[in-house]
Ligand binder design. Structure first.
Ligand code: HEC
Ligand code: HEC
Length: 341
Protein backbone atom coordinates (compact mmCIF):
# COMPACT_ATOMS: atom_id res chain seq x y z
CA UNK A 1 0.00 0.00 0.00
CA UNK A 2 1.34 3.40 -0.88
CA UNK A 3 2.02 6.08 1.63
CA UNK A 4 -0.72 8.35 0.38
CA UNK A 5 -3.39 5.67 0.24
CA UNK A 6 -2.57 4.57 3.76
CA UNK A 7 -2.79 8.11 5.02
CA UNK A 8 -5.96 8.49 2.99
CA UNK A 9 -7.35 5.50 4.81
CA UNK A 10 -6.28 6.81 8.18
CA UNK A 11 -7.85 10.16 7.37
CA UNK A 12 -11.05 8.43 6.35
CA UNK A 13 -11.00 6.39 9.55
CA UNK A 14 -10.59 9.55 11.58
CA UNK A 15 -13.30 11.28 9.61
CA UNK A 16 -15.54 8.32 10.33
CA UNK A 17 -14.67 8.47 14.03
CA UNK A 18 -15.52 12.15 13.89
CA UNK A 19 -18.86 11.41 12.27
CA UNK A 20 -19.54 8.79 14.89
CA UNK A 21 -18.55 11.06 17.70
CA UNK A 22 -20.55 13.75 15.89
CA UNK A 23 -17.68 16.17 16.53
CA UNK A 24 -19.27 19.34 17.68
CA UNK A 25 -22.70 18.54 16.27
CA UNK A 26 -25.76 17.21 17.95
CA UNK A 27 -25.82 13.46 18.30
CA UNK A 28 -27.29 11.64 15.33
CA UNK A 29 -30.43 9.73 16.07
CA UNK A 30 -30.53 7.81 12.78
CA UNK A 31 -31.24 4.15 13.34
CA UNK A 32 -32.01 4.75 16.98
CA UNK A 33 -33.76 1.92 18.71
CA UNK A 34 -36.90 2.66 20.65
CA UNK A 35 -36.64 0.84 23.93
CA UNK A 36 -37.83 0.93 27.47
CA UNK A 37 -34.90 2.02 29.53
CA UNK A 38 -34.22 1.05 33.10
CA UNK A 39 -32.76 3.99 35.04
CA UNK A 40 -29.08 2.99 34.68
CA UNK A 41 -29.30 1.75 31.08
CA UNK A 42 -27.14 3.44 28.43
CA UNK A 43 -28.47 6.03 26.05
CA UNK A 44 -30.55 4.71 23.20
CA UNK A 45 -28.52 2.13 21.32
CA UNK A 46 -28.13 2.89 17.65
CA UNK A 47 -27.56 -0.19 15.51
CA UNK A 48 -25.27 1.68 13.16
CA UNK A 49 -22.68 1.46 11.80
CA UNK A 50 -21.74 -2.24 12.13
CA UNK A 51 -23.37 -4.73 9.81
CA UNK A 52 -24.48 -8.36 10.21
CA UNK A 53 -22.61 -11.23 8.58
CA UNK A 54 -23.83 -12.09 5.08
CA UNK A 55 -25.51 -15.41 4.21
CA UNK A 56 -23.29 -18.44 3.64
CA UNK A 57 -22.62 -18.48 -0.12
CA UNK A 58 -24.21 -21.19 -2.27
CA UNK A 59 -21.27 -23.34 -3.32
CA UNK A 60 -21.00 -26.82 -4.79
CA UNK A 61 -21.42 -29.05 -1.69
CA UNK A 62 -19.04 -31.67 -3.16
CA UNK A 63 -16.27 -29.08 -3.45
CA UNK A 64 -16.96 -27.78 0.05
CA UNK A 65 -16.86 -31.35 1.44
CA UNK A 66 -13.55 -31.96 -0.36
CA UNK A 67 -12.20 -28.72 1.11
CA UNK A 68 -13.26 -29.78 4.60
CA UNK A 69 -11.50 -33.11 4.12
CA UNK A 70 -8.32 -31.40 2.89
CA UNK A 71 -8.46 -28.92 5.78
CA UNK A 72 -8.16 -31.87 8.19
CA UNK A 73 -5.61 -33.79 6.07
CA UNK A 74 -2.20 -34.28 7.73
CA UNK A 75 -0.76 -35.57 4.45
CA UNK A 76 -0.61 -31.95 3.33
CA UNK A 77 2.43 -31.64 5.62
CA UNK A 78 6.03 -32.81 5.27
CA UNK A 79 5.86 -35.19 8.24
CA UNK A 80 2.23 -36.24 7.64
CA UNK A 81 1.33 -35.00 11.11
CA UNK A 82 0.19 -31.39 10.73
CA UNK A 83 -3.08 -30.35 9.10
CA UNK A 84 -4.65 -26.94 8.72
CA UNK A 85 -6.87 -27.85 11.66
CA UNK A 86 -3.82 -28.43 13.90
CA UNK A 87 -3.45 -24.66 14.10
CA UNK A 88 -7.01 -23.68 13.18
CA UNK A 89 -9.12 -25.92 15.42
CA UNK A 90 -12.69 -25.37 14.24
CA UNK A 91 -14.07 -26.56 17.57
CA UNK A 92 -12.02 -23.92 19.37
CA UNK A 93 -12.62 -20.67 17.53
CA UNK A 94 -10.48 -21.61 14.51
CA UNK A 95 -7.21 -21.01 16.40
CA UNK A 96 -4.62 -22.99 18.37
CA UNK A 97 -4.80 -21.00 21.61
CA UNK A 98 -1.01 -20.55 21.60
CA UNK A 99 0.90 -17.25 21.45
CA UNK A 100 2.87 -18.69 18.51
CA UNK A 101 1.96 -21.83 16.54
CA UNK A 102 3.83 -25.13 16.49
CA UNK A 103 4.49 -26.47 13.02
CA UNK A 104 6.21 -29.60 11.66
CA UNK A 105 8.73 -31.16 14.06
CA UNK A 106 7.61 -28.75 16.77
CA UNK A 107 9.01 -25.67 15.02
CA UNK A 108 7.76 -22.42 16.53
CA UNK A 109 6.04 -19.88 14.28
CA UNK A 110 6.73 -16.16 14.12
CA UNK A 111 3.24 -14.77 14.61
CA UNK A 112 -0.02 -15.71 16.30
CA UNK A 113 -2.49 -17.79 14.26
CA UNK A 114 -5.61 -15.78 13.37
CA UNK A 115 -8.94 -17.56 13.10
CA UNK A 116 -10.17 -19.01 9.82
CA UNK A 117 -13.76 -18.19 10.77
CA UNK A 118 -15.06 -15.31 8.65
CA UNK A 119 -11.61 -14.89 7.09
CA UNK A 120 -13.25 -14.86 3.64
CA UNK A 121 -14.63 -11.41 4.58
CA UNK A 122 -11.19 -9.89 5.25
CA UNK A 123 -10.02 -7.63 2.43
CA UNK A 124 -6.63 -9.37 2.40
CA UNK A 125 -5.22 -12.40 4.22
CA UNK A 126 -2.48 -12.60 6.88
CA UNK A 127 -1.48 -10.00 9.48
CA UNK A 128 0.58 -8.18 6.85
CA UNK A 129 -1.95 -8.66 4.05
CA UNK A 130 0.52 -10.47 1.78
CA UNK A 131 -2.11 -12.78 0.25
CA UNK A 132 -4.91 -11.20 -1.75
CA UNK A 133 -7.25 -14.19 -1.71
CA UNK A 134 -7.96 -17.36 0.25
CA UNK A 135 -6.75 -19.39 -2.74
CA UNK A 136 -3.42 -17.56 -2.63
CA UNK A 137 -3.22 -17.99 1.14
CA UNK A 138 -3.42 -21.82 1.01
CA UNK A 139 0.05 -22.16 -0.50
CA UNK A 140 1.63 -20.27 2.41
CA UNK A 141 1.36 -22.86 5.21
CA UNK A 142 1.80 -25.94 2.99
CA UNK A 143 5.24 -24.95 1.77
CA UNK A 144 6.32 -22.92 4.82
CA UNK A 145 9.18 -24.91 6.44
CA UNK A 146 8.04 -23.99 9.97
CA UNK A 147 4.34 -24.64 9.37
CA UNK A 148 3.55 -27.72 7.24
CA UNK A 149 6.97 -28.02 5.59
CA UNK A 150 5.81 -29.82 2.44
CA UNK A 151 5.91 -29.18 -1.31
CA UNK A 152 3.18 -29.16 -3.92
CA UNK A 153 4.73 -32.16 -5.73
CA UNK A 154 4.64 -34.26 -2.54
CA UNK A 155 1.09 -33.16 -1.71
CA UNK A 156 -0.27 -33.82 -5.20
CA UNK A 157 1.46 -37.22 -5.36
CA UNK A 158 -0.10 -38.24 -2.03
CA UNK A 159 -3.58 -37.14 -3.10
CA UNK A 160 -3.38 -38.61 -6.62
CA UNK A 161 -2.22 -41.91 -5.11
CA UNK A 162 -5.34 -42.17 -2.94
CA UNK A 163 -8.36 -43.44 -4.94
CA UNK A 164 -10.86 -41.90 -2.52
CA UNK A 165 -9.33 -38.46 -3.10
CA UNK A 166 -9.27 -39.04 -6.87
CA UNK A 167 -13.02 -39.74 -6.63
CA UNK A 168 -13.63 -36.61 -4.54
CA UNK A 169 -11.59 -34.44 -6.90
CA UNK A 170 -13.76 -35.60 -9.80
CA UNK A 171 -16.13 -32.83 -8.63
CA UNK A 172 -13.70 -30.34 -10.16
CA UNK A 173 -12.54 -30.18 -13.79
CA UNK A 174 -8.92 -31.29 -13.97
CA UNK A 175 -9.05 -33.58 -10.93
CA UNK A 176 -6.11 -33.54 -8.51
CA UNK A 177 -4.30 -30.26 -9.24
CA UNK A 178 -2.76 -27.53 -7.14
CA UNK A 179 -5.41 -25.05 -8.29
CA UNK A 180 -8.17 -27.45 -7.24
CA UNK A 181 -6.65 -28.03 -3.79
CA UNK A 182 -6.56 -24.25 -3.35
CA UNK A 183 -10.09 -23.81 -4.67
CA UNK A 184 -11.63 -26.58 -2.51
CA UNK A 185 -10.02 -25.39 0.73
CA UNK A 186 -10.92 -21.76 -0.04
CA UNK A 187 -14.54 -22.68 -0.82
CA UNK A 188 -14.76 -24.63 2.44
CA UNK A 189 -13.41 -21.59 4.28
CA UNK A 190 -16.06 -19.40 2.60
CA UNK A 191 -18.69 -21.46 4.44
CA UNK A 192 -17.08 -20.74 7.81
CA UNK A 193 -19.26 -17.74 8.67
CA UNK A 194 -20.28 -17.52 12.31
CA UNK A 195 -23.83 -16.35 11.83
CA UNK A 196 -26.49 -16.06 14.51
CA UNK A 197 -24.55 -14.04 17.11
CA UNK A 198 -26.53 -12.09 19.68
CA UNK A 199 -25.24 -8.90 18.09
CA UNK A 200 -26.43 -9.87 14.60
CA UNK A 201 -29.82 -10.84 16.02
CA UNK A 202 -29.96 -7.40 17.61
CA UNK A 203 -29.10 -5.83 14.24
CA UNK A 204 -31.93 -7.84 12.70
CA UNK A 205 -34.39 -6.30 15.15
CA UNK A 206 -34.38 -8.60 18.16
CA UNK A 207 -34.40 -6.04 20.95
CA UNK A 208 -33.82 -8.63 23.64
CA UNK A 209 -30.76 -10.20 22.07
CA UNK A 210 -28.30 -7.78 23.70
CA UNK A 211 -27.80 -7.39 27.44
CA UNK A 212 -27.70 -3.84 28.76
CA UNK A 213 -23.97 -4.34 29.39
CA UNK A 214 -23.39 -5.30 25.75
CA UNK A 215 -25.42 -2.28 24.60
CA UNK A 216 -23.40 0.01 26.82
CA UNK A 217 -20.27 -1.67 25.46
CA UNK A 218 -21.31 -1.06 21.84
CA UNK A 219 -21.92 2.62 22.63
CA UNK A 220 -18.52 2.75 24.33
CA UNK A 221 -16.85 0.98 21.38
CA UNK A 222 -18.18 3.75 19.17
CA UNK A 223 -17.71 6.73 21.47
CA UNK A 224 -14.07 6.02 22.42
CA UNK A 225 -13.18 5.34 18.76
CA UNK A 226 -12.54 1.57 18.43
CA UNK A 227 -15.03 1.71 15.57
CA UNK A 228 -12.70 3.93 13.53
CA UNK A 229 -10.59 0.83 12.82
CA UNK A 230 -12.75 -2.20 13.68
CA UNK A 231 -15.57 -1.68 11.21
CA UNK A 232 -18.04 -3.26 8.83
CA UNK A 233 -19.60 -6.71 8.86
CA UNK A 234 -16.44 -8.38 10.19
CA UNK A 235 -15.83 -5.70 12.85
CA UNK A 236 -12.36 -5.37 11.34
CA UNK A 237 -10.52 -6.90 8.41
CA UNK A 238 -11.07 -3.99 6.02
CA UNK A 239 -8.04 -1.71 6.44
CA UNK A 240 -4.39 -1.49 7.47
CA UNK A 241 -3.41 0.52 10.53
CA UNK A 242 -0.29 1.10 12.54
CA UNK A 243 -0.01 -0.77 15.85
CA UNK A 244 0.97 2.09 18.13
CA UNK A 245 -0.77 5.20 16.79
CA UNK A 246 -0.59 7.19 20.03
CA UNK A 247 2.24 5.40 21.83
CA UNK A 248 5.26 3.30 20.93
CA UNK A 249 3.97 -0.22 21.57
CA UNK A 250 7.11 -1.89 20.24
CA UNK A 251 9.55 0.19 22.24
CA UNK A 252 7.58 -0.53 25.41
CA UNK A 253 7.33 -4.26 24.65
CA UNK A 254 10.99 -4.59 23.56
CA UNK A 255 12.71 -7.34 21.51
CA UNK A 256 11.50 -6.08 18.14
CA UNK A 257 11.73 -8.75 15.42
CA UNK A 258 11.20 -8.70 11.65
CA UNK A 259 7.68 -10.09 12.17
CA UNK A 260 6.83 -6.85 14.00
CA UNK A 261 7.48 -4.81 10.87
CA UNK A 262 4.13 -6.02 9.49
CA UNK A 263 3.13 -4.51 6.17
CA UNK A 264 6.65 -3.12 5.71
CA UNK A 265 7.84 -6.67 4.98
CA UNK A 266 5.56 -6.66 1.93
CA UNK A 267 5.94 -3.13 0.57
CA UNK A 268 9.30 -1.97 2.02
CA UNK A 269 7.74 1.47 2.42
CA UNK A 270 9.01 3.08 5.60
CA UNK A 271 5.48 4.35 6.31
CA UNK A 272 4.27 0.73 6.49
CA UNK A 273 6.57 -0.26 9.35
CA UNK A 274 4.51 -1.62 12.29
CA UNK A 275 1.36 -1.49 10.13
CA UNK A 276 -1.01 -4.49 10.26
CA UNK A 277 -4.34 -5.46 8.84
CA UNK A 278 -6.88 -4.60 11.51
CA UNK A 279 -8.15 -7.98 12.74
CA UNK A 280 -11.81 -8.97 12.89
CA UNK A 281 -13.28 -8.96 16.38
CA UNK A 282 -15.98 -11.53 15.66
CA UNK A 283 -15.69 -14.49 18.09
CA UNK A 284 -12.79 -12.69 19.71
CA UNK A 285 -13.59 -14.05 23.18
CA UNK A 286 -12.64 -17.50 21.81
CA UNK A 287 -9.33 -16.59 20.19
CA UNK A 288 -6.92 -15.73 23.01
CA UNK A 289 -4.06 -14.98 23.15
CA UNK A 290 -4.19 -11.75 21.15
CA UNK A 291 -2.18 -9.62 18.72
CA UNK A 292 0.21 -10.69 15.98
CA UNK A 293 2.80 -11.41 18.67
CA UNK A 294 0.37 -13.31 20.91
CA UNK A 295 1.44 -10.98 23.72
CA UNK A 296 -1.95 -10.31 25.32
CA UNK A 297 -3.08 -13.37 27.27
CA UNK A 298 -6.53 -12.01 28.02
CA UNK A 299 -9.11 -9.88 26.27
CA UNK A 300 -9.00 -7.41 29.16
CA UNK A 301 -5.30 -6.90 28.50
CA UNK A 302 -5.87 -6.59 24.75
CA UNK A 303 -8.58 -3.95 25.18
CA UNK A 304 -6.40 -1.95 27.58
CA UNK A 305 -3.44 -2.10 25.17
CA UNK A 306 -5.69 -0.93 22.33
CA UNK A 307 -7.07 1.97 24.38
CA UNK A 308 -3.57 3.04 25.38
CA UNK A 309 -1.65 2.65 22.11
CA UNK A 310 -4.38 3.21 19.50
CA UNK A 311 -6.47 5.83 21.26
CA UNK A 312 -4.12 7.33 23.86
CA UNK A 313 -6.49 6.84 26.75
CA UNK A 314 -7.01 4.75 29.83
CA UNK A 315 -10.32 2.98 30.22
CA UNK A 316 -11.83 2.28 33.63
CA UNK A 317 -12.40 -1.35 34.65
CA UNK A 318 -16.12 -0.76 34.17
CA UNK A 319 -15.62 0.56 30.63
CA UNK A 320 -13.43 -2.45 29.76
CA UNK A 321 -16.06 -4.82 31.18
CA UNK A 322 -18.75 -3.17 29.08
CA UNK A 323 -16.67 -3.35 25.91
CA UNK A 324 -15.98 -7.03 26.58
CA UNK A 325 -19.73 -7.50 27.10
CA UNK A 326 -20.22 -6.13 23.59
CA UNK A 327 -17.34 -8.21 22.14
CA UNK A 328 -18.88 -11.34 23.72
CA UNK A 329 -22.10 -10.67 21.80
CA UNK A 330 -20.14 -11.08 18.52
CA UNK A 331 -19.81 -14.86 18.95
CA UNK A 332 -21.88 -16.87 16.50
CA UNK A 333 -22.34 -20.41 15.29
CA UNK A 334 -18.93 -22.00 14.85
CA UNK A 335 -20.03 -24.96 12.77
CA UNK A 336 -21.17 -24.25 9.21
CA UNK A 337 -24.83 -25.14 8.72
CA UNK A 338 -25.50 -28.79 7.94
CA UNK A 339 -21.96 -29.92 8.56
CA UNK A 340 -19.92 -31.56 11.21
CA UNK A 341 -16.74 -29.74 12.17
C1 HEC B 1 1.66 -24.42 12.08
C2 HEC B 1 0.40 -23.74 12.25
C3 HEC B 1 -0.45 -23.48 11.04
C4 HEC B 1 -0.89 -24.38 10.09
C5 HEC B 1 -0.57 -25.83 10.00
C6 HEC B 1 -1.74 -23.63 9.19
N1 HEC B 1 -1.84 -22.34 9.59
FE1 HEC B 1 -3.01 -20.93 8.80
N2 HEC B 1 -2.09 -19.54 9.87
C7 HEC B 1 -1.13 -19.78 10.85
C8 HEC B 1 -0.51 -18.54 11.23
C9 HEC B 1 0.59 -18.38 12.27
C10 HEC B 1 -1.10 -17.55 10.44
C11 HEC B 1 -0.73 -16.07 10.40
C12 HEC B 1 0.49 -15.93 9.48
C13 HEC B 1 0.78 -14.51 9.11
O1 HEC B 1 -0.12 -13.66 9.16
O2 HEC B 1 1.90 -14.24 8.68
C14 HEC B 1 -2.10 -18.21 9.61
C15 HEC B 1 -2.98 -17.54 8.75
C16 HEC B 1 -3.99 -18.18 8.06
C17 HEC B 1 -5.05 -17.51 7.35
C18 HEC B 1 -5.25 -16.01 7.25
C19 HEC B 1 -6.34 -15.56 8.16
C20 HEC B 1 -6.42 -14.08 8.23
O3 HEC B 1 -7.39 -13.57 8.78
O4 HEC B 1 -5.50 -13.40 7.74
C21 HEC B 1 -5.84 -18.48 6.78
C22 HEC B 1 -7.09 -18.27 5.95
C23 HEC B 1 -5.25 -19.75 7.13
N3 HEC B 1 -4.14 -19.53 7.92
C24 HEC B 1 -5.67 -20.97 6.65
C25 HEC B 1 -4.89 -22.12 6.73
C26 HEC B 1 -5.06 -23.28 5.90
C27 HEC B 1 -6.11 -23.45 4.84
C28 HEC B 1 -4.11 -24.18 6.28
C29 HEC B 1 -3.82 -25.53 5.70
C30 HEC B 1 -3.49 -25.55 4.29
C31 HEC B 1 -3.36 -23.56 7.37
N4 HEC B 1 -3.84 -22.29 7.59
C32 HEC B 1 -2.36 -24.18 8.09
C33 HEC B 1 -0.83 -21.00 11.37
C34 HEC B 1 -1.05 -22.19 10.69
C1 HEC C 1 -6.12 3.02 14.95
C2 HEC C 1 -6.77 1.76 14.69
C3 HEC C 1 -7.31 0.96 15.86
C4 HEC C 1 -8.12 1.40 16.89
C5 HEC C 1 -8.64 2.78 17.15
C6 HEC C 1 -8.39 0.22 17.69
N1 HEC C 1 -7.79 -0.88 17.15
FE1 HEC C 1 -7.88 -2.76 17.90
N2 HEC C 1 -6.49 -3.34 16.53
C7 HEC C 1 -5.92 -2.54 15.57
C8 HEC C 1 -4.83 -3.24 14.96
C9 HEC C 1 -3.94 -2.72 13.84
C10 HEC C 1 -4.73 -4.48 15.61
C11 HEC C 1 -3.68 -5.57 15.34
C12 HEC C 1 -2.46 -5.26 16.21
C13 HEC C 1 -1.41 -6.34 16.06
O1 HEC C 1 -1.55 -7.39 16.66
O2 HEC C 1 -0.46 -6.12 15.32
C14 HEC C 1 -5.80 -4.52 16.59
C15 HEC C 1 -6.07 -5.60 17.42
C16 HEC C 1 -7.11 -5.65 18.33
C17 HEC C 1 -7.44 -6.80 19.13
C18 HEC C 1 -6.76 -8.15 19.08
C19 HEC C 1 -7.48 -9.07 18.11
C20 HEC C 1 -6.79 -10.37 17.88
O3 HEC C 1 -7.44 -11.25 17.30
O4 HEC C 1 -5.61 -10.53 18.21
C21 HEC C 1 -8.51 -6.44 19.91
C22 HEC C 1 -9.24 -7.32 20.91
C23 HEC C 1 -8.83 -5.08 19.61
N3 HEC C 1 -7.97 -4.63 18.62
C24 HEC C 1 -9.85 -4.35 20.20
C25 HEC C 1 -9.93 -2.97 20.10
C26 HEC C 1 -10.76 -2.15 20.97
C27 HEC C 1 -11.70 -2.68 22.04
C28 HEC C 1 -10.52 -0.86 20.62
C29 HEC C 1 -11.05 0.39 21.29
C30 HEC C 1 -10.71 0.49 22.70
C31 HEC C 1 -9.60 -0.88 19.51
N4 HEC C 1 -9.25 -2.17 19.24
C32 HEC C 1 -9.16 0.25 18.84
C33 HEC C 1 -6.33 -1.28 15.23
C34 HEC C 1 -7.10 -0.46 16.06
Amino acid sequence: MTRSSRFGRAARALALACTLLSCGKGSSSTGAVAEQKPAEAPRTTSREPLEALPAVPELDPRVVALGRRLFHEPRLSGDNKVSCSSCHDLAKGGVDAKPLSLGVSGKLGLVNAPTVYNSSLNFVQFWDGRAATLEEQVGGPITNPIEMGSSWSKVLAALAGDPSYVADFAALPGGVTEANVRRAIADFERTLLTRGSAFDRFLAGDEKALSSEARAGYEMFKSVGCIACHQGRNVGGNMFQRFGVLGDYFKDRGHVSDADYGRYNVTHNESDRYVFRVPSLRNVIHTAPYFHDGSAATLTQAVQVMARYQLGRKLSDEQVTEIIGFLSSLSGDQAPPGSKI
